[in-house]
Design a protein around this ligand. Structure first.
Ligand SMILES: [Cu+2]
Length: 164
């Protein structure tokens, strides 16, 4: 009897953690222009975002007009904490290869070395540059918008995203 209960408890715990892990990976997907219902202007400074938090509805498609008004290279990346951590090592490599410099991006060698850096969920911008990103949020949780240029996440270049 007791043994049975224990087994049930274990399988219950496993299924809960699987569900959570699965849920945290759902950050949405690249959105389509025709589905955009809201446009949000985002400014990137050294080292923070303005606005510093976002509230979105599940299923909503938002166009982010991202502009880097700082003096350094910055990234606007929609992901969760685990994805940001993974991406940070990728960015670290690009810095070590001197492809991403403090205030510029060596696009030629980025192409040469096939280190093309474009992901649907992020934009990487030199100072004074801007770019749009359309994102469809769906059944999302634990989303953070962050900059993964080495050191920036650690000093708090993160914007919270609340799904409401
Ligand atoms: Cu940054």
């Amino acid at each position: 009897m007791f043994k049975h209960f224990f087994i049930i408890l274990i399988s219950f715990t496993v299924s809960i953690s699987t569900a959570l892990a699965d849920k945290s990976m759902k950050i949405g997907k690249k959105g389509k222009q025709e589905d955009v219902t809201r446009i949000i202007k985002v400014l990137m400074y050294d080292n923070y975002f303005e606005p510093s938090s976002f509230t979105v509805q599940p299923g909503e498609t938002i166009k982010f007009e991202v502009e880097n008004v700082g003096e350094l290279v910055h990234e606007f990346n929609i992901a969760n904490q685990t994805m940001h951590k993974d991406h940070q090592s990728e960015m670290q490599k690009l810095v070590e290869m001197e492809i991403i410099l403090a205030d510029s991006i060596d696009k030629m060698s980025m192409m040469d070395k096939s280190m093309a850096h474009s992901h649907a969920n992020s934009v990487l911008l030199e100072p004074k540059k801007s770019k749009d990103l359309i994102w469809k949020f769906e059944n999302t949780s634990n989303i953070e918008i962050a900059c993964n240029v080495p050191g920036h996440y650690d000093v708090g270049m993160i914007a919270k995203v609340e799904i409401n």
